[in-house]
Structure formats: structure tokens, C-alpha cells
Design a protein around this ligand. Structure first.
Ligand SMILES: [Zn+2]
Length: 467
């Protein structure tokens, strides 16, 4: 007797990290149980993909929902944030639990799960941000990894905001995390240089948002990436550079990879479409994030990294603030809450700008939006691919659908869109999370809190996936 399927998706063109093929997908209890042409049998629900593309659900391993930062909180919480993600074809986010000063790592973890669990529409994992290293928190690292959080994030900047860790602490954490097969991500910017440039500008009375990028030229990132890589090599650790934004940062990663160092770079959608002229616009304040958007030469280098494979993942660094919040830095750019929205636009922008323009192929899109991310962060093969036994996390992607990324068409809580005049060609039509249709044409039709916390796995025997 044939099994009764919960969901049968017919007539799709399936795209994985390495293949493109026509097949139907059968789903039972949230898991893919069949992939074949012309699947027969009964199903509670049948979805005709109408020859659109079916991609593995996106994984955005860089969100900051409901995070305290620069005297306020990021505007999207786990409800609006995961709605926005789902509407952009993302089925898993990995957010950052932030340790507050004086707090234990497990307290931070508890706080984040309490914020996220009742609100998430899709599955989620966590990274741990360590900002206060002492014997107690050092001793927790192994337990945090065993709990299901093998990835950490450390800051080389934001001293005044209390996030910066000194190089000695970074090295110690890298050594400890490496022992258990975890991954250390770093925000690589040279804090001393940022403070030097910022103070010089403020002294000259240059206080507007348009001076923000001048505090962080490519050298600020390039130096920090190289320093982080030297520390990681010494520690025998894997190194993940979050949000690479510059040619110098990109070159540092590429040089290290050629030496055989396990160095992985992430970039974000805003670095792919804009250049630093945005800071001179009347709404330049809304584009203030760190690292800032840089020059055309940097944008080109990042696209080069995506094409060559030196950029391994796309993350959004979704940490957005309303216009009112941004105005906290209206007369001093160093006080502007840093961050933009982006989780909803990762896949459409990469498709429109990358695949449609022939810079990258569709398999590369799947690698950097899903497969590589799942491999690096210990979620594969449950997530990150379309295969029998994997979670039925899928995006039905319409390559012909056009969508202008206006504030009304996007789902973040903020009152503007930095992509307001940008129209995508190719957009997610339907998002399926563990076999459930959670989003159809921008309308969410799922229950709040249905998302599950994912326990990620460290690398067995410290052996990294070959990526
Ligand atoms: Zn971030």
C-alpha cells in the first residue's frame, strides 16, 4: 500500500547545491520522503509548482532580532523578523544570543530562547556572542557547544558599546572552541582606527551621516581580517568572517584560503547593490551600518568572491531601526544606531543581480543561501538541501515575478525601505517550512511560535566540511 502524503508538490524544477532537475516531491510529517517524476498516490494537499523553481529554504545565519544595542532595541522582534524572513524564502534563521556584562552564557541563552520560542514562525538556531570572558564563562564554552550552539561570535570593534574583546580573549576562545569542533565568527574591524578617524571628523565639525563611511575605509576591515586569520591559524581554529564588505577584506580571505587556512567569508545583500554614494542622500542616515557600504571597487570584489567561491554564505545582518530611532544620531553620526533590514531580500537580490545577470549560477545561489550555511553551522543534512530524509523546507521561486522592494511590500516593522526604488526580477512565491505552507505571495498563514529551536552539531573529529 502506498503511503498517504501530507503534501505533494508537482511539476517543479528542483535546484540543489549541485543539480537542477524535474521531479515531484512527497512530504510526510514535515520530512521529504520521495523525490521522483510523476509520484502517484494520495496526498492530503497537492501543490502545483507550475514549472517554477524549487529551492531549499534559505538559511540566514545573521539576524539580530529584539537586540539591545546603542541605547535602544532593534525594531524587529522574532515575530516580525521571522515573518519577513519567511516572505523572502528563508526557512531558518540563526540569531545571536548576546551575553550581557556580568552574565553567564547560559543566562544569555535562556533570555534568547524566552524571546524567540513563543514568536518564531520558522525554525531557528543561535550563535553565542561572548563579550565578558572570565573563568566562569570560559568554562561554559564546552557546555554551550554540547547544548547545540557550536558557533560563537566575537567583536573586534564597538569598544564604547561594550562589545569589543581584546586579542588575548579572542585567541583563548578560538583555542577552546576549536577543541570541540566549533566555529568562531568575527566582526572584523580595527577599533583603534575607527576611533581615530571618528574623533578627527567630529573635531572638524563633520557630524552628519555622510561621514560614517570615512571612519571605516577598507583598511579598517582588511587589517582586522588579516589579524583574525593569524590568530585563527595559531589557534588551529576555523574562522568565519561575518559581513565582508571590502576588497581588502576579500583579498585577506582569498590569500588565507590559498594557504589552506579554513577561512570562510559571509557577505550581505546591501554590499551587493549599493555604493557609498547612499550616505550623501537625504535619507543617508538609514544606510548607516557597520561595516559601511564601500566603493564600487569593493562591490566588484565581493561579487568576484561570490563567483569564485571565496564568499561562502549570504547573511542579512538584519538589525534595523525605525526612522525615529535612527534620528538618535541626527547630529552626531557616531550615535546613529547601526544596522539595516535585509533578511527578506537576500534570495531575490542574489537572483536578480547575480543569477539573472550571469555573475553566478543558480547552484551557487543555493550554496550561499542554504547549503554552505547548513554545513558550516552544523544543520546539514536536516537543513540546506532537497533530499529524502531532510526537512521539507522549500521555496517555490518564480523567476519571472517582479517585485519592487517598497516599505509596503516588505514585512519588517520599520517605516522605510532602503531598497525603495529597486525592483527584483524573480521572487519567492511560496515558502514551505517542515511541510507546512507558511507564506504565499507575501501572506503569512502559519501559527506564531510554530518554529523550533535547532540543536546544531559541531564538526565530528574537528574535521570541517570541504567547502
Ligand atoms: Zn551582525
Amino acid at each position: 500500500m502506498e503511503a498517504v502524503l501530507d503534501l505533494l508538490i508537482k511539476n517543479g524544477t528542483i535546484v540543489t547545491e549541485s543539480q537542477v532537475f524535474q521531479a515531484d516531491i512527497g512530504i510526510e510529517s514535515g520530512v521529504i520522503t520521495q523525490i521522483a517524476k510523476g509520484i502517484k498516490g494520495t496526498a492530503s494537499q497537492v501543490l502545483d509548482a507550475g514549472h517554477k523553481l524549487i529551492l531549499p529554504g534559505g538559511i540566514d545565519a545573521h539576524t539580530h532580532f529584539e537586540m539591545p544595542f546603542m541605547g535602544t532595541y532593534t525594531a524587529d522582534d522574532f515575530e516580525s523578523g521571522t515573518i519577513a524572513a519567511a516572505c523572502g524564502g528563508i526557512t531558518t534563521i540563526v540569531d545571536f544570543a548576546v551575553q550581557q556584562k556580568g552574565e553567564l552564557l547560559f543566562e544569555a541563552l535562556k533570555n534568547w530562547r524566552q524571546k524567540a520560542d513563543p514568536k518564531v514562525f520558522i525554525d531557528y538556531g543561535l550563535h553565542m556572542i561572548i563579550r565578558d570572558l572570565n573563568q566562569k564563562t570560559f568554562d561554559e564554552i564546552k557546555k554551550v557547544i554540547e547544548y547545540g550552539i557550536p558557533s560563537f561570535k566575537l567583536f573586534m570593534t564597538y569598544r564604547k558599546e561594550g562589545l569589543l574583546l581584546d586579542d588575548g580573549s579572542i585567541l583563548q576562545i578560538m583555542q577552546e572552541v576549536a577543541k570541540y569542533g566549533g566555529l568562531v565568527g568575527l566582526h572584523c574591524e580595527n577599533n583603534d582606527l575607527i576611533e581615530y578617524f571618528s574623533e578627527a571628523l567630529l573635531r572638524e565639525g563633520k557630524r552628519e551621516a555622510r561621514y560614517h563611511p570615512d571612519t571605516r575605509p577598507g583598511i579598517v576591515e582588511g587589517e582586522a581580517v588579516r589579524r583574525a586569520l593569524i590568530l585563527a591559524e595559531y589557534a588551529g581554529a576555523n574562522m568565519y568572517a561575518v559581513h565582508i564588505s571590502s576588497k581588502l577584506g576579500m583579498e585577506a580571505i582569498r590569500d588565507a584560503r590559498r594557504r589552506g587556512v579554513a577561512a570562510f567569508a559571509e557577505t550581505c545583500p546591501h554590499y551587493l547593490v549599493f555604493t557609498d554614494e547612499v550616505y550623501s542622500r537625504p535619507n543617508g542616515i538609514n544606510f548607516v551600518m557597520s561595516p559601511p557600504i564601500k566603493r564600487e571597487i569593493d562591490r566588484t570584489a565581493i561579487w568576484g568572491g561570490l563567483a569564485s567561491g571565496d564568499v561562502k554564505t549570504m547573511g542579512s545582518d538584519h538589525a534595523c531601526f525605525t526612522s525615529e530611532q535612527k534620528l538618535m544620531g541626527g547630529d552626531d553620526f557616531t550615535q546613529i544606531p547601526n544596522g539595516v533590514a535585509g533578511t527578506e531580500v537576500i534570495i531575490p537580490i542574489l537572483y536578480s543581480e547575480g543569477v539573472r545577470k550571469g555573475v553566478i549560477g543558480i547552484n551557487r545561489l543555493v550554496q550561499v543561501t542554504s547549503y554552505n550555511t547548513a554545513r558550516l553551522f552544523g544543520l546539514w543534512p536536516q537543513k540546506g538541501t532537497i533530499a529524502v530524509g531532510s526537512d521539507a523546507d522549500l521555496v517555490i521561486f518564480d523567476p519571472e515575478k517582479k517585485m519592487r522592494l517598497t516599505v509596503d511590500n516588505l514585512h519588517s516593522k520599520i517605516d522605510y525601505s532602503i531598497y525603495e526604488n529597486y525592483t527584483c526580477h524573480g521572487y519567492p512565491a511560496i515558502t514551505v517550512s517542515r511541510g507546512e505552507i507558511v507564506q504565499k505571495n507575501g501572506h503569512v498563514q502559519a501559527k506564531k511560535g510554530r518554529g523550533r529551536f535547532l540543536k546544531a552539531k559541531p564538526y565530528p573529529d574537528r574535521k570541517l566540511p570541504a567547502l
